[in-house]
Write a protein that binds this ligand. Structure first.
Ligand code: HEC
Length: 316
């Protein structure tokens, strides 16, 4: 798909070129014979090479990019840049019916299980995967989750020949959408915050040992914690962290500009505001991107607050 900006830039560009050709033809100066012909031929050649170059660039834009950052226990690090069409070419890609909440129906799609993706990278199956979306959303996939829920990348919808993950008026899910088959209710014992495991717009993946990737949430003052703080940490990781970054580290979502340190200040000095905000953020900002959390109990929000307060305690 050509974007509006591209379209505008191209229209201006082509009209200038066409104008050049026309002035050449109708201008006062008359070129006789080969000179004029050669000039026109060069201009026409230039236009066509640009058109061809442009088509190639557009095709590249239609297939998404996935940057992958691998951090292994032995300190080995590597990064690679993959394209959707490379993933589509893998043997483990399957055709399946996917429920797409944004259009509220089943859609036939080509999918790649996260477990197969880990195999493809030749990594052991006890690694964890962190998914980052272009809009600043963040999701965590631990081995236990990958085993029991079998999440997959949605790479392409059969009904879209151009490879875009966009249907009707719903948001564009591209370049990659991660989801899983089961449909647990929010707040259920099966999975408390299922939305976190269905990110769209995924374009950057971090893979490695869980304790390496998420180390800052388990070290320092958070090394040895009470059960309440530990449960607050689970809620935080599987929900709040989708949008709120961890301290000043490059870890977690950045959909909100309030990081965990700021949230901890609210939890400590402004406990009522913290709780009211989590329950019903629109009371404070009508069009806020943060969802309401009616499925949390007071005790569960207190546990998140306890975790945040602990994280900013001095561990010395
Ligand atoms: C979908 C994204 C998203 C999720 C999930 C989310 N938040 Fe937020 N949160 C926001 C946004 C956006 C704001 C508004 C501030 C801003 O624009 O950065 C916000 C604001 C807040 C504030 C007010 C901060 C202030 O300085 O006034 C608190 C407290 C808060 N969030 C706590 C939480 C907690 C606790 C959770 C998990 C239970 C959570 N949020 C989950 C996006 C999110």
């Amino acid at each position: 798909m050509i974007s509006f900006h591209q379209f505008l830039a191209e229209s201006v560009f082509f009209s200038i070129l066409v104008r050049l050709l026309l002035t050449e033809r109708m201008g006062k100066k008359t070129y006789n014979g080969y000179g004029a012909l050669a000039k026109r031929a060069i201009a026409a050649g230039l236009i066509w090479s640009l058109v061809i170059f442009d088509l190639a660039a557009n095709n590249a834009a239609a297939s998404g990019q996935l940057s992958v950052e691998i951090k292994m226990k032995d300190g080995a690090e590597r990064t690679l840049q993959l394209e959707t069409h490379e993933l589509l070419a893998l043997d483990s890609v399957a055709l399946t019916q996917v429920y797409v909440p944004y259009v509220d129906r089943m859609v036939e799609a080509q999918v790649l299980p996260l477990s197969a993706f880990i195999d493809f990278l030749e990594l052991p199956n006890d690694v964890s995967l962190l998914a980052n979306s272009y809009d600043g959303y963040f999701s965590v996939y631990r081995p236990e989750f990958i085993d029991s829920f079998e999440p997959y990348f949605v790479l392409a919808f059969t009904e879209r020949s151009d490879g875009q993950l966009q249907l009707g008026d719903s948001p564009d899910l591209g370049p990659h959408y991660i989801t899983f088959e089961r449909q647990p209710e929010k707040g259920s014992d099966v999975l408390f915050d299922p939305d976190n495991k269905r990110p769209f717009g995924v374009n950057h993946i971090q893979i490695g040992a869980y304790e390496d990737l998420m180390g800052p949430l388990y070290s320092g003052a958070l090394d040895d914690v009470t059960d309440v703080v530990a449960s607050g940490r689970e809620f935080y990781i599987n929900n709040c962290m989708s949008c709120h970054a961890w301290e000043d580290k490059e870890l977690g979502g950045v959909l909100s500009n309030r990081n965990s340190t700021i949230l901890a200040v609210h939890a400590r000095y402004n406990a009522d505001y913290f709780k009211d905000y989590v329950y019903e953020p629109t009371r404070f900002i009508p069009d806020v991107l943060m969802p309401a959390h009616p499925h949390y109990t007071d005790a569960e929000i207190d546990a998140i607050a306890a975790f945040l307060m602990k994280s900013t305690e001095d561990d010395s």
